[in-house]
Design a protein around this ligand. Structure first.
Ligand code: SAM
Length: 240
């Protein structure tokens, strides 16, 4: 998969995508992240990318043409069609379901806004989708781009050393993940781990984990339970 990012701070985007699982995915050529700086496409010698808002008011607005030219260069750089996303607090809230859909696309482009945002006409004519990473305002879209690159990159086939780990994560089956424990079996200050995990009884362990997932989801995110039809075993475990 290829992700092209339009940003005034390309180094930040590149560096954040160079580490951990996503860095490894790039190294394994499962993911390609390219950055494009709209300043490189500004026609004037000052490399201007913003202008004052019509109607007055504070702040600046990103100009159409440097962004439009960046997107044209992105389209020219590879033959696959590009799904263009503007990162915005006004977009649809990013979910694991949306991440999974994006991860299956051959190519996406992420536009990182700055200042007051982007001229609305560019959004109307060039953008397929607006996505938000939460109900708060960042000073720029780069952190949101890094979030999408990470969430999408780790889902590329072969990016995780154990593909099963993504299937066990929160949201992948609509529930929160169960608690995890590791050595020591008995901690001097905080005691032991749940007995069942040491039992070797895989069926009992699977049921315990399922029950923990359901209980946590019910306590912490009951909204998730109303969004999914529970299977018979889960209904019984939740009632126990
Ligand atoms: N004036 C805009 C508004 O109120 O909707 C906010 C502009 S914000 C200061 C600058 C840029 O940060 C935005 O253009 C967007 O790209 C990015 N941004 C801010 N918050 C975001 C969020 N929650 N999710 C995704 N991108 C965000």
């Amino acid at each position: 998969m290829r992700i092209d990012v339009v940003s005034l701070f390309p180094d930040f985007v590149r560096q954040s995508a160079a580490v951990g699982v996503v860095g490894r995915a790039q190294h394994r050529e499962l993911l390609q992240v390219e950055t494009w700086n709209p300043r490189d496409f500004a026609p004037d010698k000052h490399r201007t990318v913003d202008g004052r808002p019509f109607g007055g008011g504070p702040g600046m607005v990103m100009l159409i043409d440097p962004l439009r030219a960046s997107l044209a260069a992105i389209r020219e750089a590879a033959p696959e069609p590009v799904h263009v996303i503007y990162l915005s607090p006004q977009g649809a809230r990013l979910t694991q379901g949306r991440v999974e859909a994006l991860a299956n696309m051959p190519r996406i482009a992420l536009i990182c806004g700055r200042y007051e945002g982007v001229d609305e006409r560019l959004l109307q004519h060039e953008v397929d989708e607006e996505l938000s990473i939460g109900d708060y305002v960042l000073s720029g879209g780069e952190l949101a781009a890094a979030v999408i690159i990470d969430a999408v990159g780790r889902l590329q086939d072969g990016a995780l050393n154990d593909a099963q780990s993504a299937q066990q994560d929160s949201f992948s089956d609509g529930l929160l993940d169960c608690p995890h424990y590791t050595r020591p079996e008995h901690h001097d200050a905080w005691g032991g781990v749940p007995e069942v995990l040491l039992s070797g009884d895989h069926s009992a362990i699977r049921r315990w984990r399922r029950k923990q997932s359901l209980g946590r989801t019910w306590l912490r995110r009951p909204d998730l339970l109303t969004q999914r039809a529970l299977d018979e075993e889960s209904r019984v475990l939740l009632d126990e």
